[in-house]
Ligand binder design. Structure first.
Ligand SMILES: C[S@@+](CC[C@H](N)C(=O)[O-])C[C@H]1O[C@@H](n2cnc3c(N)ncnc32)[C@H](O)[C@@H]1O
Length: 255
């Protein structure tokens, strides 16, 4: 299967999704909104040294977080996304084009200066990497954010089980996802929710998160819905509602 996240088409969609000027249907910029939600959750916690953005795509959430953190690491498996994020961080601008109709395209420019992100972006270290194979950091993170990632992983439960070792006790885990379960990414036997139990009860992904994250984490505030829109063409948009959940690493969690 071609990796969609390496294609020019999806790269330009994501550059526009993260850095484009439009707010289709009045829906605010999603990667920026996710960073805001993380920071709101952490409002009473002044430990903001290191953050980790997993499945960072072309990097907007990591750059926004770098406005509040000393350093941000941002990982994605897509070489094309990470190359674009690095180029934008280093040059301050990046030209791309979006599809209007067929081969008719419009030129666009991502401009970090105009978004107030040029300086913060320099505090983000982007790398190609697999969120399912994270090394245990010498210096644990204060925040781990994974936006629209858990439903793209082959083994989401393994991923969730390894997260405590990334965070300091009291550190924050913020997961955003529309729970779009697709068998080409996650074999059905690996789903943590989105199915009925043997006695017919619906088991949701949110329930699966509780099952796999607790007691190493506790849910720290009520989940919120966050809409996003990805523009495919001038006349076709994906309008989706992600759920954002907020977790704190328990002081007693085993690493
Ligand atoms: C649906 S996109 C979401 C991207 C971004 N967080 C956002 O909300 O715009 C999923 C991203 O996860 C990346 N990805 C998929 N599997 C991954 C893995 N195992 N480790 C790290 N990144 C992964 C993809 O390359 C893609 O950039």
């Amino acid at each position: 299967m071609t990796d969609a996240y390496e294609t020019e088409e999806v790269l330009s969609q994501y550059l526009d999704f993260h850095f484009g000027p439009d707010e289709p249907f009045g829906v605010p910029n999603y990667p920026a909104a996710c960073a805001r939600l993380c920071l709101e959750a952490m409002a009473d916690d002044d430990q903001r040294r290191r953050a980790l953005d997993l499945g960072c795509a072309v990097g907007r959430t990591g750059m926004e977080l770098a406005n509040a953190f000393d350093a941000v690491d941002a990982l994605d498996t897509s070489q094309a996304f990470i190359d674009a994020a690095c180029s934008l961080r280093d040059q301050g601008t990046l030209d791309y084009s979006i599809v209007d109709e067929g081969d008719i395209r419009s030129a666009r420019r991502a401009d970090l200066g105009g978004l107030g992100l040029a300086e913060a972006a320099r505090r983000v270290t982007f790398a190609v990497g697999d969120a399912s194979r994270l090394a245990v950091p010498d210096d644990p993170y204060d925040l781990v954010f994974a936006g629209n990632l858990i439903d793209r992983l082959a083994k989401p439960a393994d991923f969730l089980e390894r997260l405590p070792q990334q965070l300091r006790p009291g550190g924050w885990l913020v997961l955003a996802s529309p729970y779009t379960l697709r068998r080409e990414y996650t074999a059905q036997e690996q789903w943590i929710g989105g199915y009925r139990s043997a006695d017919g009860e619906p088991i949701t992904v949110r329930q699966g998160l509780h099952e796999w994250l607790e007691p190493a984490f506790e849910m720290a505030r009520d989940p919120v819905d966050q809409a996003f829109v990805i523009r495919e063409t001038r006349r076709k948009f994906q309008h989706t509602i992600a759920e954002v959940t907020f977790w704190r690493r328990s002081a007693s969690a085993m690493s």
